[in-house]
Design a protein around this ligand. Sequence first.
Ligand code: NFS
Length: 671
Amino acid sequence: MAREKESDLSKRSVDPAAQQMLQRAEELGVSTAFSRAEAMAPCNIGGAGMCCKMCGMGPCRLTKDGATGVCGATIDVIQARNLVRMIAAGAAAHSDHGRGMAMTLKATANGHAEGYYIRDVAKLRTLAAHYGIPIEGRSPNEIANDLADLYLAQFGQQEGEVVLISRAPAKRQKLWRELGVVPRGIDREVVECLHRTHIGDDQDMEHLLQQAVRTALADGWGGSMIGTDISDILFGTPAPIVGQANLGVLRRDMVNVVVHGHEPTLSQMIVAASMDPEIIAYAQAAGAKGVNLAGICCTANEILMRQGIPAAGNFLQQELAILTGAVEAMVVDVQCIMQALVSLAQKFHTEIITTSPKVRIKGAVHIEFEESKALTIAKQILKRAIDNYKNRAEPRIPDVREDLIPGFSHEYINYMLGGTYRASFRPLNDAIMAGRIRGAAAIVGCNNPRSPHDYLHTYVTKELLKQDVLILETGCGAIASAKAGLMVGEAGLEHVGPGLREVCEAVGIPPVLHVGSCVDNSRILTVLTQMVAEGGLGDDIDQIPAVGLAPEWMSEKALAIATYCVASGAYVIFGGASPVSGMPDRVSDSDLVLRYLSEGWERLYGGKLEFINDPDEMIRRTLEHIDKKRAALKLPAYDPSRFGRSGDRRVLELEALPLAQRRAALYGVEV
Ligand code: NFS
């Protein structure tokens, strides 16, 4: 019986901390997303994108060959419309986050944001110069004001091109112009998705999906990139820092405040407030040693990679953090916040505090965040959490945590490879060209209780490392790897392929680079663009031996990310179910859209999106794609036997040899 229980838990999560809390949920008889997913069978018609409820004549469920909706809509159009709306919602979420950041930058530049200042003046000046904003002889605030105005204008722009597109490789920009997918304005593209998918509008699958691409590009090379740029300017461009991850970062002797959501504006202020002597004294007066901050989801990534604030976990751990009984307050802003938190928190002493004017949850405390009083509000929230400390019962904190080194911004990757005076992607390109690094994979995205928590992320990551694939990670995928101990510098290198290991040891990096939050997938676009600019790997992103994977995706944002990556030239593999999977066993043309996302998009953009369930097949296709791209570039075929014996390792090997053999090995002749 006990063994059965254990295996049940491992089917739900591979994370021992999560397993302990799931056990506790069962003991207490409370539900979690894990148990609710088991109780709720997904609808196979809606799941396949074949249910249309865009007007009051339906909902129309298309389950037979040749069936149409009441209006005559065919299966492919219905599936495409559903997908377009999901991508629009994802792009809207990211981009509205970017808008918020631009408004904070504007307020900061004009002295209207309490506690904020411009931390990365160099990045501000570099970006401003790229857009032709005058920088010489001007103060950071003056430049920031102009950059904020330029970025804010991208949202309401009606004609022309979103300016951030100019940061893509020239060949890619040209292709987008030819295909008519350059976004005109961020809001305009999202609105047009809603318009085109209204009853009786755009009814051509390919034309609908062209607008999906344009909208997704307005996210990746628009809203998300704005979010990343401004977060760096205001809070600092990340560089490696030591951090920790998993529920074991919660402290018995401190007031635990978990920040959860996405926008760094409030969480950064809470970080500052938690170090304020007034707050520390207040916590000590309440019998605690101080305030311990921890993050969940992408808010976790934002403060982890900049200040080393620990991450309590990823998406599926938000409820599990409350189940520890050690959280005084969970402070949430926007996105990926489960409504179930409130009813769960009521069983403990935890307070759920909503802070965004956009997000309220019935039963939660609402303390609205305003930039003009940011620090004051952050202190108010912390004092409230401290006041709640006395209500804590005996906590059950899993003693599970891992160290990691996050903070690999594209600026830092550039710097670490070349040094201060020769910052360059040349060593990375050279390592790929030589075959020391076989290729690169970006493993990103969510958790989904439809597959064991963290299993696909960590399995695929570990297997690709053995194959000398350098991994870049963001979002909840990055937290999964952090918890699995894959981001601790040289500690895990014995499981890494020989060539990649040499590079990691030479440069002093972990083989899995934590690149940030989900909006920071824009950093990956920048890395790819800089690799193209460096030379030797073709003249566009689609030629680089690289693949993007989201093995446990669940959010609409993930679909927007997939789409802009494909349109930028990447092969993207998603695990789990496709939202347009169709039912080919019952309806013969129900996979038209699915095929178009793969074959159709590859013809147009050189990138494609595929949904693959089996992790070994994901790995096989990733490697196949990387090797295909290597061959197209006429690079040497991947051969791990050529590497792994350079540097100190080689010296140690040579020293162990008798003199004559050592000379022979060194000089190729018996001396
Ligand atoms: Ni990305 Fe970050 Fe996580 Fe998925 Fe949600 S937190 S924005 S959407 S679940 S990775």
